[in-house]
Design a binder for this molecule. Sequence first.
Ligand code: AMP
Length: 212
Amino acid sequence: MKSTQLIIALTKGRILDEVLPLFEQANIVPAEDISKSRKLIFDTNLSNVKLLVIRGTDVPTYVEFGSADMGVVGKDLLLEHGDEGFYEPLDLKIAKCRLMTAGPVNAKPVQGRLKVATKFTNIAKKYFAEQGQQIDLIKLNGALELAPAMGLADSIVDIVDTGKTLEANGLEPKELIAHVSSRIIVNKASMKIKNSLISDVLQQLRDAVDNN
Ligand code: AMP
């Protein structure tokens, strides 16, 4: 990777709709419409900046190993991945939501071990350990809201925005684990080697966040 070139990994999906306008304000614009393309890597208006568009869970991995210099990823995925392998210099204050426990409406308290279904297994382990609650962890990759109704779990740990998904499935939010928003992460070596380029991009993004 050339030291004059910056690779920024973005999270594909709904978060892109909030990230791209912010990047545009920071003068980083993809050369083509990302939503209409099957490509995974995009040129931008800046000859030395390229965008990768990958799954959110993979963004910390790409940045930690230096295959991307910077990344945009939700705090939920950073907490799950572990946030030691990179710097986290900027909160973009977009794609805000909450990581919460949730369970059936008016459920009776469970005696003994709690069955918890989630894709955020590290976060759930840590959270319930801190509460002194013993759990059986059930890893699911989607449709978590189904687990309590099907008897698979007493409780879930999931992202909540409006709460409508929970409500539609007979669940209610219980305890707040963390507030979530999208963050910029930076590879530690890139921060040194490409400092002036990264500082410029961070400042442009910081200004865009302040004006948002
Ligand atoms: P809601 O029904 O508005 O509470 O949205 C809940 C669902 O939308 C969750 O199960 C998530 O999968 C998804 N979601 C909402 N906001 C975000 C976000 N900022 N980042 C990732 N997923 C989200």
